[in-house]
Design a protein around this ligand. Structure first.
Ligand code: EPZ
Length: 422
């Protein structure tokens, strides 16, 4: 089992290339199920979650071939409609196959994804969306069993009681080939949702309103595959902004979209860092020690929950008291105990972490519990005195491409080691 060793040392300086967005790539790759002809997707990040999804698609009869960061996916021989538990449990986003399988094959049997490190991850909104398109969806022995009406899915109005990225994506995927028009109300507006809608629109689906709370989709039976490039990963970019802020470094992020990061840039600036935005680039010069922050996560364009752990690492060496509240996942704080092992002084009050100033962090052995918590532990290790060993780094490989190489290239003292044991 791999572990990552980080030795606190000096500020990071240099350029960091930003990879394609994991959370845009996953629904767009899943959309291949809708196509009877091969599709080509560019700028696909090389991540564990992408490989997991391709393993699942292969079980369904979808063939994929990777050429560097380009994926050629052929679903013309789509044969299966069952997503088994042993694959779905590895990645919650597997639930994205529900909509396309229902739309193309008229049926789907998808294992319930179960929870994750920080608590339950319900899929009731995914089920509701499919029902609004005429499907019957039941839960049977841990599986979602769905069946479309005899003539196929029929457009309708889907009103989401809360903003859900995944359920909005599933609704977009299914309604793209449903008969008639579908209106999504209170749709998620995240850039990854917009990217999926843009991909479907480029393939011949009439879609209006992506990026707003009301999206109108007119289904088609003539999807025409167009090469499509995945948008940059805003959470990877945000993570490296935090790396510059926590180390007092000077990083230039290449190939990123600052317009996807307004709330994160504003928060990083509030720590005292200087952030300059250029064409496809963001430069961050960190100022240490950082000032304390007050963050409340919210659906886009609010501060993303996927940056909550990383900003907490920055706050852990802050000069003032910080308050970080997660309104999306009130239990997403498994990184608090691990950051405390590195010397952070964090007290949880409900879904708010109150971070008190400390004189410094000290390296320790810690354990990654989930993807973004892993990133936070690496950030803390970059400034902790001595060595930090982070176990179970398979979590970080789910969502960050070559993170230790990218950090080493800008001066971090970091390496991956083979650690015995579970
Ligand atoms: C997506 O998850 C992301 N994953 C998550 O990123 C991200 O944290 C999350 O959106 C919020 O931005 C992918 O895109 C693959 P939601 P998703 O549906 O779609 C509740 C990462 O680190 N909800 O927007 O699962 C839910 O419990 C991952 O890359 C229901 O109640 O999130 C949460 O409180 C972690 N019922 C809220 O909605 C449902 O049916 C938002 O969840 C679905 C969701």
């Amino acid at each position: 089992m791999d572990a990552i060793l980080v030795r606190g040392n000096s500020p990071l300086r240099g350029e960091v290339p930003i990879s394609g967005s994991k959370n845009a790539a996953l629904p767009i790759i899943t959309a291949s199920i809708l196509f009877e002809r091969p599709i080509t997707i560019e700028n696909v990040p090389a991540l564990r979650d992408i490989r997991t999804l391709l393993d699942l698609l292969e079980v369904l009869g979808v063939r994929a071939r990777r050429e560097d960061h380009t994926l050629h996916i052929d679903a013309s021989e789509l044969s299966g409609s069952e997503a088994p538990y042993d694959l779905v449990r590895r990645m919650r986003a597997s639930i994205y196959v529900l909509g396309p399988l229902l739309a193309r094959l008229g049926e789907a049997k998808v294992s319930l994804p179960g929870g994750c490190a920080w608590g339950p991850r319900p899929v009731d909104l995914h089920m509701m969306a499919m029902e609004r398109l005429g499907a019957r969806v039941e839960v049977d022995h841990g599986y979602l069993v769905a069946k479309a009406p005899p003539g196929g899915l029929v457009g309708g109005t889907i009103t989401f009681p809360l903003s859900s990225v995944g359920a909005t994506c599933n609704a977009l995927l299914a309604s793209s080939v449903a008969h008639g028009t579908t209106v999504l109300e209170n749709a998620a507006t995240e850039p990854e949702v917009v990217a999926l809608a843009d991909f479907l629109a480029a393939s011949g689906v009439r879609i209006e309103g992506q990026g707003t709370r009301i999206i109108r989709v007119t289904g088609t039976d003539r999807l025409v595959p167009e090469r499509f490039s995945i948008i940059p990963d805003r959470i990877e970019a945000g993570t490296f902004l935090a790396a510059a802020a926590i180390t007092g470094g000077d990083l230039r992020l290449i190939g990123c979209r600052a317009d996807h990061l307004d709330a994160v840039i504003e928060t990083i600036r509030s720590t005292g860092s200087t952030v300059d935005v250029g064409e496809g680039e963001i430069r961050c010069r960190g100022k240490v020690p950082p000032r304390g922050v007050h963050v409340v996560t919210a659906p886009y364009p609010g501060f993303p929950t996927d940056m909550q752990a990383q900003i907490m690492a920055v706050a852990s060496i802050g000069t003032g008291v910080s308050a970080i509240t997660d309104t999306i996942y009130p239990d997403r704080f498994t990184h608090v105990a691990e950051l405390a092992r590195i010397g952070a002084d964090i007290r949880l009050e409900g879904n708010t972490a109150v971070v008190h100033p400390v004189d410094g962090l000290s390296g320790a052995n810690v354990m990654a519990t989930d993807l973004r918590a892993s990133a936070a532990l690496i950030l803390a290790g970059l400034v902790a005195d001595g060595e930090t060993k982070i176990s179970r780094v398979y979590h970080i490989d789910r969502g960050y491409e070559r993170i230790e190489e990218k950090l080493r290239a800008v001066g971090a003292n970091i390496e991956r080691i083979d650690e015995e044991g579970p």
